[in-house]
Ligand binder design. Structure first.
Ligand SMILES: Cc1cc2nc3c(=O)[nH]c(=O)nc-3n(C[C@H](O)[C@H](O)[C@H](O)COP(=O)(O)OP(=O)(O)OC[C@H]3O[C@@H](n4cnc5c(N)ncnc54)[C@H](O)[C@@H]3O)c2cc1C
Length: 459
């Protein structure tokens, strides 16, 4: 009888879990997960939240996706671009497959009312609105969904090794033969590395050690915007996380909305040592009176500095210094008038901040002038589609930075130049959201079992 191939998957985020789902029954599969580091997050509902230090789950299954609030963007060009590897039709077919798994384990119905009026209004203001089918699971419902998914994988024979960090890969004659956990070596026919953003610097070290070709990707730098929820009501009826993209008049830069949290909360995020930032999430069972979204400028660099991550970190260090270790909060009106915000001024506003572990200050002291100009101009444009977003009392929290991992160059099955070594997910710069990460996991799994992805073109 033919021996079944052994596959090791490093990382139990969406990329790793869906790679395991695809391989289950076709190969002997082991998923290795290091577990969560304690997060520096300040959560508003710490009895239920999985993100804050007091209640953080440390097992780590679900990855950053399992720790998020689970907005599923069922669109091949949001959160990455799957058409780099497979055709649009193939990408849509895989999105449907992944979506069915989420629904099987409890994802709620997709929301999308008629996008036509919003599309028309946005287009008339020079803004692109990208309607997408979306589901919103909620931070508080995601853990049980992930747990059920994990149990179903175990029932199909997938093994999990938890609380174990993979430190290296075993390479002989340009073939990957397994992984090293400290002194322990585990052999395999193929390995998928899916360590997510948390593992991106480790991946970059491996790429350097094994001379895998890489390239820097653009990053997004900007602010988290918080407005009264009523402002955003109409847009979130169309899409829970409405995606707007625009070009600013002065610099012609691309600015986009990202990660909208209707009735949600702004949260803190750390970008490494001495780096501060923000993010946002929404809960299923607890609501605030505000809606928040990221408003981000795309930053791509050419020589002499191509390392976009280094640039992003220098911005977050500066914000850390100016904010005394905390993110900065400012009213849009104060920013436009060139003065810092104070708690007194903020408390005079009717938008009450959902995050108060912040320093009222002046965002223009922390972000580059070009980005501040893009944000002010962009919000003025968006205000024509969503009246109220550019009001003086709108709250801005800075910085919010979406780093991109160093992209490891792969072929279209996501195989690397080392035979038997595959990459998947955010850590290798291949995706930027749950659905895209999951699908890169499936493509890598198909590469291992020798299935040509539907619609893949030759490389
Ligand atoms: C706060 C927050 C909110 C978000 N909200 C959303 C959202 O609503 N919708 C959306 O689509 N996306 C969201 N995202 C992005 C989404 O979570 C990621 O795009 C997605 O999780 C990437 O999946 P992944 O499998 O590539 O990596 P991850 O989910 O990061 O999983 C990688 C796993 O690998 C493990 N690992 C790393 N290194 C090692 C090692 N050496 N050995 C063993 N294990 C290792 C990590 O512990 C981790 O569990 C959010 C992200 C954050 C941080």
């Amino acid at each position: 009888m033919k021996r079944r191939k052994k596959g090791i998957i490093v990382g139990a985020g969406p990329a790793g879990l869906f790679a395991a789902w695809r391989l289950a029954g076709k190969a002997e599969v082991t998923v290795i997960e290091k577990g969560k580091d304690i997060y520096d997050r300040h959560c508003p509902s710490h009895d239920r939240c999985i993100k804050c230090p007091s209640c953080g789950i440390i097992e780590g299954v679900g990855g950053a996706g399992g720790m998020s609030d689970g907005k599923l963007n069922l669109h091949p060009k949001i959160g990455g671009d799957l058409t780099e590897f497979i055709t649009l039709e193939a990408a849509e077919a895989l999105i449907d497959q992944v979506d069915r798994v989420f629904v099987e384990f409890g994802a709620p119905p997709a929301n999308q009312s008629d996008p036509a009026p919003l599309l028309r209004r946005a287009a008339s203001c020079g803004i692109e609105f990208i309607p997408a089918r979306q589901r919103h699971i909620g931070s508080d419902r995601l853990p049980s969904l992930i747990h059920q998914f994990k149990e179903s994988l175990i029932n199909k024979g997938v093994q999990f090794i938890l609380q174990s960090r993979v430190e290296d890969i075993i390479v002989q004659n340009n073939r990957c033969k397994g992984v090293c956990l400290g002194n322990v070596e585990i052999e395999a026919d193929s390995v998928i590395l899916a360590p997510g953003r948390a593992g991106s610097s480790w991946l970059a070290q491996l790429a350097h050690k094994y001379q895998l070709p890489t390239r820097h990707e653009p990053i997004d730098v900007g602010v988290r915007v918080e407005v009264p929820a009523v402002c955003y009501d109409e847009a979130v009826q169309v899409n829970w996380d409405p995606k707007f993209r625009l070009r600013t008049p002065t610099y012609d830069d691309l600015v986009r909305t990202f990660c909208t949290n209707p009735c949600g909360f702004v949260i803190r995020e750390t970008y490494g040592a001495n780096g501060t930032g923000v993010n946002g999430h929404a809960l299923h069972f607890q609501h605030s009176e505000n809606t928040n979204f990221a408003f981000l400028v795309k930053v791509d660099l050419t020589e002499p500095l191509e390392d976009t991550s280094a640039y992003g970190h220098s911005i977050s260090h500066l914000a850390y210094t100016i904010g005394g270790g905390a993110p900065i909060i400012q009213r849009l009106g104060d920013l436009k008038q060139g003065r810092r915000s104070t708690w007194n001024r903020i408390d005079h506003s009717y938008v009450r901040p959902t995050l108060r572990v912040v320093t009222p200050g002046d965002i223009s002291m922390a972000l580059p002038h070009r980005i501040v100009t893009d944000i002010i101009e962009g919000l003025d444009m968006l205000d024509k589609v969503i009246p109220g977003v550019a009001s003086g009392s709108t709250l801005l929290y800075a910085p919010e930075i979406k780093f991109s991992a160093l992209r490891i160059i792969t072929d279209k099955t996501l195989g690397s130049k080392i035979k038997g070594l595959y990459l998947a997910g955010d850590g290798a710069g291949l995706s930027r959201d749950i659905i895209n990460a999951a699908i890169t996991g499936i493509i890598a799994a198909d590469g291992i079992i020798g299935v040509t992805p539907i619609g893949a073109t030759t490389h």
